[in-house]
Design a protein around this ligand. Sequence first.
Ligand SMILES: Nc1ncnc2c1ncn2[C@@H]1O[C@H](COP(=O)(O)OP(=O)(O)OP(=O)(O)O)[C@@H](O)[C@H]1O
Ligand SMILES: [Mg+2]
Length: 292
Amino acid sequence: MSVKIKDLTVTFKNRVTAVNHVDMIIPKGIYGLLGENGAGKTTLMRVLTTVLKPTGGTVSLDGIIYGDNTYEKIQKKIGYLPQEIDLYPNLTVRECLEYMGELSGIEKTVCSQRIDFYLQKTSLAAHQKKKIRQLSGGMKRRVGLIQALLNEPDFLIVDEPTTGLDPEERIRIRTLLVDFSKDRTVLFSTHVVEDLAATCNRLSIMKKGSILYSGGIRELLEEAKGCVWSCYAENEEEALELEKSYHVSAKQYVDNGLKLKLLCEKKPDADCRPCEVTLEDAYIYITNMKDY
Ligand SMILES: Nc1ncnc2c1ncn2[C@@H]1O[C@H](COP(=O)(O)OP(=O)(O)OP(=O)(O)O)[C@@H](O)[C@H]1O
Ligand SMILES: [Mg+2]
């Protein structure tokens, strides 16, 4: 399953262009979507789920072009975890999932087996009799993810699936998504850069509705190579001077002063040495320093 997006534009009634002439190919496997708040990730995802009609451009899923007479067919192939999900507060976890399975037309016994499987995978089995309103934010997020997985879609779209999850659950969910992406396509948006570093090897970075980068993570790291420096400042004043002149991707107190990670095309005018590029550094580099 591959998804082709061509010249896609979404302009809302208030004239905000949230997605601006985007071209993108999402191949089989797990694909990351990164971008600052308001970059257009959710809007793009809503178009891909058919919830929102674009102002211009086309989307196709394995050659099926999105349009009024294909929406139903496409919807059957898609699972969606929205950024903000409304579940039924007075149903129990199990009742809620059974109801959602019914709405998707999944046969009852198959649905029940899948619910058991995914409750187990998301560590929610012990909570299945709790009412949705009694759940914590992270638990609700996991119920939302199960509803997206229930019809075992060919194309899974997950908008910040790891938000609000504790470290252990984040790792479990990431692993679940990677396992699920075998022979399928998963589009994964997040602000947690390390979640993408741990799951995908391809991604797109959005800013102000446009795509700044699409490609491999290794190639992305390569782009920022030679631009990341580890520096020491003796005191806060010295550190502030560096912060005024450079993009800082990390700052911490150490025994004899402060350690900073600076992003700069040339060696900064300070006591520093080149250091290894992380995905976070490369993201800051692409979104703030590279000219397009
Ligand atoms: N229904 C709407 N009507 C008008 N403007 C909207 C609507 N939905 C989103 N926007 C605007 O479109 C832009 C993109 O929003 P979007 O929610 O797609 O960003 P995002 O990348 O998902 O951000 P975040 O990381 O905060 O979730 C923003 O400027 C937002 O204010
Ligand atoms: Mg969003």
